[in-house]
Design a protein around this ligand. Structure first.
Ligand code: ADE
Ligand code: ZN
Length: 337
């Protein structure tokens, strides 16, 4: 009989919290630097990897934005997306809802259309070749003013049918959700789902603001919700999905050790927690690596894995019929236990 770990690794999965810029592996970064005649300030792949020693979210973001400089052309964004989806498929990811940060690129003079067309091309190839489905979630950078986010939304409008949702990421502390109330109201008025990073490094109050002011459909991270009992009850009652990224949280020192992670508490209190990889190239952790690290720390049983992986399909932004098909396939998979 397969072990809970084997069942989890081989199960069909959805990934709901994934920054495409965070999938840039050093090998691809150097290949794109060469293709675009750019010098990366690191003496080779090993030296770049050695820099992946982060003390907090900001120390990671500084490197993440610096490396994104190698992304210049539509082909670069296509290759990035395709490389991620190829790798995710090895972990049996069948559906990915992918964040992208247009401001990181438009600020360098890369047109919005170049970014979007490249990412779409990669997603279309993965769909044609492997049947994988992808959605694109445009994230606003919260360390910049809301006016910049509004200008980015205006740039996105001609492509609105190709954008499946909106999000909020980058430096959390000092940039509460309240700062983005107007732009999120406009995104919702467009009929799009909205999400926001909250309660990663920031306090539970940021999660409450994201719910009350931005009216988000999902919380990205949310792992500090456990510090507020009333908030935990609300998240459980309303089944607000949390897109949890365990290896990211350990690598960015939200938790010193995986055994201190709050994922077991979230699940024990019946929150709709999901498992995701965030920025897998930087955290040494794609979906499968996250599953292995969580299992090493918590030794979840088959029922817990079934719940955790089904939550991701439930929380996805695809139509109900497709969700039901995926959940039925997952149920069949776990019936092997
Ligand atoms: N951008 C990329 N990864 C992020 C994270 N973990 N938190 C906030 N912004 C991000
Ligand atoms: Zn994230």
């Amino acid at each position: 009989m397969p072990t809970p770990l084997e069942l989890a690794l081989t199960a069909p999965k959805a990934e709901l919290h994934l920054h495409i810029e965070g999938t840039l592996e050093p090998e691809l970064a150097f290949a794109l630097a060469q293709r675009n005649n750019i010098r990366l300030p690191y003496d080779g792949i090993a030296a770049l990897r050695e820099a992946y020693d982060f003390s907090d979210l900001q120390s990671f973001l500084d490197l993440y934005y610096a490396c994104a400089d190698v992304l210049r052309t539509e082909a670069d964004f296509r290759d990035l997306m395709l490389a991620y989806l190829r790798r995710a498929r090895e972990d049996n990811v069948v559906h990915a809802e992918v964040f992208f940060d247009p401001q990181t690129h438009t600020a360098r003079g890369i047109p919005f259309a170049t970014v979007l067309r490249g990412l779409k091309a990669g997603a279309e190839t993965a769909h044609a070749e492997w049947g994988m489905s992808t959605q694109l979630i445009l994230c606003f950078l919260r360390h910049l003013p809301e006016e910049d986010a509004l200008a980015t939304l205006a740039q996105a409008l001609p492509f609105i049918d190709e954008i499946d949702g909106f999000g909020l990421d980058s430096s959390e502390l000092g940039h509460p959700p309240a700062k983005f109330e107007r732009v999120f109201a406009r995104c919702r008025a467009l009929g799009k789902p909205v999400v926001a990073h909250a309660g990663e490094e920031g306090p539970p109050a940021y999660i409450i603001e994201a719910l009350d002011l931005l009216k988000v459909d999902r919380i990205d991270h949310g792992v500090r919700a456990t510090e507020d009992a009333a908030l935990m009850q609300r998240l459980a009652r309303d089944q607000i999905p949390l897109t949890v990224c365990p290896l990211s949280n350990v690598r960015l020192r939200v938790f010193e050790d995986m055994r201190q992670h709050t994922l077991p508490q979230l699940l024990a209190q019946n929150l709709c927690a999901t498992l995701n990889s965030d920025d897998p190239a930087y955290f040494d952790g794609y979906m499968g690596d996250n599953i292995r690290a969580v299992q090493a720390a918590f030794d979840f049983n088959t029922t817990t894995w079934h719940t955790l992986l089904a939550n991701a399909f439930r929380a996805s932004f695809v139509p109900a019929g497709r969700k039901a098909t995926w959940i039925a396939a997952l149920d069949t998979h776990f019936a092997k236990a």
